[in-house]
Write a protein that binds this ligand. Sequence first.
Ligand SMILES: [Zn+2]
Length: 218
Amino acid sequence: MATNLPLTGTFNVTCEYKRKGNSWIAGWHTGIDLTGSDTIYATCDGTVTRIGLNDDSYGNFIVVKATNGKYHWFCHLSRIDVKENQTVNRLSKIGIMGNTGNTTGKHLHYEIRNESNKYADNINPAEYMGIPNKVGTYDSKNYQIGESTTTEGKLKTLKRNTNLREEPNTKSNATLYLENTTLYVLQKSVAVADGYTWDKVRIRVNGKEGYMINKNYK
Ligand SMILES: [Zn+2]
């Protein structure tokens, strides 16, 4: 399954979207900074509209125009593996993370601009990826795109690593999910077992349903 993430495996958010600061012309961070695996993937179906080389700010960068008209910017790359006008999708490897342009270390600056493609006219890339807009360590396997995502229930975030159980008890089969994974509470307090109250939940991005101890999310 695919994700809306530009990298795979364990990764870090090192600077969140909209952080305020004088180091940005807009006065805030227009993208999100990520570190992790070197290979960078396109995060959407679209077309490469621009390749930039040795830009003072963005270094080597790729711009992909998604089929919905938004522009995805992948910046500070050490290598670029696509050409202008090339069609890409979420499984396309487009380049290698690097340290080019105005950076203090190797990372990917990823931002999503609206249809204007103008600086500081952005959407929240964390929301697009389905991850928290918060400095931290995450794992791409928790942010797979499911085939269907109905949005009933209240959106919650795990406050610690927690098992999703097939039944509402601690002995049934479990899948571990990591802190900050988002989920919906479908039904509250469906059972009390093993000293815990259990809710029926659905993991947001893969649609998987099961039971969790209701103390484990925010
Ligand atoms: Zn950045």
